[in-house]
Design a protein around this ligand. Structure first.
Ligand SMILES: [Zn+2]
Length: 190
C-alpha cells in the first residue's frame, strides 16, 4: 500500500519505517511541528529515519500566536495532554487526503502511558469509520505487547541512536521511554 507515515522521530517511528520496507509498502514520511517541547531533536530524528529508508519527507508547520499549540498542562507533558493524539491524527489524515493517499500509518501507541486512553481510543474509532482514510498502527502486532520488545529489536539498529523519544528537553531520564532506552543502551541524542 501507499501510505502517509506520521514520523515523530522516535523509536516507534523507526520501527514503523523498518516494517514498511519489510512489508513492501511505500511510505510518505510526515513530521508535524506544533512547537512541541522536543521539536528540534524530534524533527532531526524524523529526518534521519526517513533518510535511512530513502522516504520522501515533509513537514506540517503549525504556529499559534499564544505559544506552543501543545503545552505542558498540570504536570503532564505536551504529549500527555488529551488533544495531542487527535491533533496529529487529524493533520495527518488531512495531508493524506491532500496527497491522495488512502492509508495513514502511525507508530503512536495511543492507549499507553503517552495518551489519555479513553479519549484517544474514541478518536481513533471515529477515524476508522472514515470512508476516506484507513488508519494503520502496526506497532502492537509488530512488537507483541510492549515498548520493551520494540526497543530490544532496534537496539542494534544504527539509526536508533539518532532518534529522540522523550517528550522533554533535556530528556527527563525518568519517563518509561527514557528508562527503557537506558536499559537497552541506546544513546539519546541529548
Ligand atoms: Zn523522558
Amino acid at each position: 500500500m501507499d501510505a502517509l507515515f506520521l514520523n515523530s522521530g522516535g523509536l516507534d517511528s523507526l520501527a514503523v519505517a523498518r516494517w514498511g520496507r519489510e512489508a513492501g509498502h511505500v511510505l510518505y514520511s510526515l513530521f508535524i511541528d506544533v512547537g512541541q517541547e522536543n521539536v528540534e531533536l524530534a524533527a532531526q530524528g524524523a529526518i534521519q529515519i526517513a533518510a535511512a529508508e530513502q522516504l520522501s519527507h515533509e513537514t506540517v508547520l503549525v504556529r499559534w500566536s499564544g505559544g506552543p499549540l501543545l503545552a505542558t498542562q498540570k504536570g503532564l507533558s505536551w504529549l500527555g495532554t488529551p488533544f495531542s493524539g487527535p491533533v496529529f491524527f487529524s493533520l495527518g489524515a488531512t495531508v493524506a487526503r491532500t496527497k491522495g493517499l488512502d492509508f495513514l500509518v502511525s507508530g503512536m501507541r495511543y492507549g499507553t502511558e503517552d495518551q489519555d486512553t479513553t479519549f484517544c481510543d474514541a478518536f481513533v474509532a471515529l477515524l476508522r469509520t472514515s470512508p476516506w482514510t484507513h488508519f494503520v498502527t502496526p506497532i502492537r502486532p509488530l512488537s507483541g505487547q510492549g515498548y520493551d520488545e520494540i526497543v530490544a529489536r532496534l537496539a542494534e539498529d544504527p539509526v536508533a541512536h539518532a532518534t529522540y523519544s522523550c517528550a522533554r528537553i533535556p530528556r527527563c531520564g525518568t519517563c518509561r521511554k527514557c528508562e527503557t532506552r537506558r536499559r537497552y543502551g541506546i544513546d539519546p541524542t541529548s
